[in-house]
Design a protein around this ligand. Sequence first.
Ligand SMILES: Nc1nc2c(ncn2[C@H]2C[C@H](O)[C@@H](COP(=O)(O)OP(=O)(O)OP(=O)(O)O)O2)c(=O)[nH]1
Ligand SMILES: Nc1ncnc2c1ncn2[C@@H]1O[C@H](COP(=O)(O)OP(=O)(O)O)[C@@H](O)[C@H]1O
Length: 425
Amino acid sequence: MTSRMARKTVSVVSQWSSRVFSVELDGSSHYFAIQEKRAGGEAPGIFRLKAQRYERCYSLLVCGEDRVRTARSYWELRDKLTGHLSPGCDLSPMTSFLPNVKGSLIRGYFFSDNSQSRGQTERLLQTLTCSDPVLVCSYSKCEDGQMWRQHLWPAADTQLVEMPTDYYVVPSEPPAYHPSVLNIINSDVFYSFEEAHEVLEKCGDIIPEAKSVVELLPNRAEARSKPDFPVIVIEGLDATGKTTLTESLRDTLGAVLLRSPPQCLAPWRARFDREPPLIRRAFYALGNYITAEQIGQQGMKTPVIVDRYWHSTAAYAIATAVTGPLSNLPAEGSEVYRWPSDLLKPTLVVFLTVDPEERKRRLRNRGLGKTAEEEELDHNQLFRLRVEEAYRRIIGPACIAVDASPSADQVLQQVLLLIRGKCYL
Ligand SMILES: Nc1nc2c(ncn2[C@H]2C[C@H](O)[C@@H](COP(=O)(O)OP(=O)(O)OP(=O)(O)O)O2)c(=O)[nH]1
Ligand SMILES: Nc1ncnc2c1ncn2[C@@H]1O[C@H](COP(=O)(O)OP(=O)(O)O)[C@@H](O)[C@H]1O
C-alpha cells in the first residue's frame, strides 16, 4: 500500500466522529454515527435488527485514492465476500460519508456473522486483500447488552497516528440527502464528454476493450451546428414498444433511425455491463456522444428518430445509485436532472408508458432475453418507480409521456400528431 493510499485511510479514520454510516437493508437505509464517549439510549436500528440474532458485525470500507481503481476494488470486494462468507452471514451495502460534503462518500459492506464458525470469518477478514486499502471494523455489544462498540481492526497504516480504536455506536438522523446523491455527478451520471472520456481513458490498462471504445469517439474539437431537420427521441422501459414505434416512424417520415448506444459499440456492451457503475455509465454516456455525432450528420439531410438517448442513461443511473423509496431521489429541479451542456439536444423526447402487467405481457411475447437491469425492473417495483420518476424529472428537454397501451398503429398516429404539432413535419 503506497503512503498516499495510507494517508487516505488515515484521513478517513481521523474523520470518524464527523462521519455518518449508512447500511442498506431490505430497501431501507439505516444510519448510525460513532463517538468516543459512551452515551445512553437505544442502539442504532441496524444493530437492533441484527442484535436479536447476531453477536458480531463487521464493516469493510474501500478507501482508495483513484476513483476508477476504487470502483473496481469495491466490485472485487463484493465478489470475494459473497464467494467466501460462511453460511449464516448477511451482507449489506454500506457507505460512510460527511453529510452534504460531495466526494466524501466511500463505499463498502456491512455484514453480520451468525455462522457457527466465527474463526472462519475472522480468517477471511485477515486474509482479505484488495487492490485498494480496506478499512475493517468489528462491532460488538457492550457488557450491558445495550450499547455497541466499533473496533478498528489493526491495520498498519492507521498506526501512523495515535487514535482511539474503540468508538461507541449511536443512532444518527437520516441526512438531508441520500448519501448516494453526494457522488452522482460525474460518477454515476456524466455531464460532460471530458468527464466520461477521462474514466474510459483511465480504464485502458485494466480493461483493454476501453481502448477500442476510445478510438471510436468523435473529435470533440468540432462543435456541431444544430441539425436542420427535427430529432425525435423515443424513450421508455423495456418492451413498451420503442422498437416497433421507431421503425414505423422511420418508414412513415422517411427518417433515419439511430439508437444509443450506437451499433459500433455493440461488441463491447456486455463487457461494460459487467463493470461497476462508474465505468459502465461512462461507457453509456460516451455512446450518447457518438450517437449525437451521427445525429448531427444525418440531421442535416433528413429527420432523425433515436431509440433511447440521454434520458435512458441518466434515469437508469440515478435510479440505480439511489436505493429505497422515491423520496430518496434528488428533488425535482436538482442539477442531477439537467441535460449535459455539450450533448446535442433533440427537438422532442417521447416517453412511452404502459401498464406494468401489459408491459410484462409484451416482454414475454417479445421472447428476447432480459438484461440484468430488465430483470431488476421486473422484480423490483421500487427500482422501476425510481426509473420512471427520474425520466419524468429530467429537463432540457423534458420528455412528453404518451400512453403506449393502445394498438401499435394508434400509438403511431398519436405520436405523429405530437411530432407534427411540435416539429411542423
Ligand atoms: N440504451 C441504453 N440502455 C441503457 C442505458 N443505461 C441502462 N440501459 C438499460 C436499459 C435497458 O434495461 C437495457 C436495454 O437497453 P436497450 O434499449 O439498448 O436494448 P433493447 O433495445 O433490447 O431494450 P428494449 O427492451 O428494446 O428497451 O439497458 C443507456 O444509457 N442506454
Ligand atoms: N402498441 C402495442 N400494442 C401491443 N403490442 C405491442 C405494441 N408495441 C409493441 N408491441 C409488442 O410488444 C413487444 C415489445 O415491443 P418492442 O417494440 O420490442 O418494445 P421495446 O423496443 O420498447 O422493448 C413486441 O413483441 C411488440 O410486437
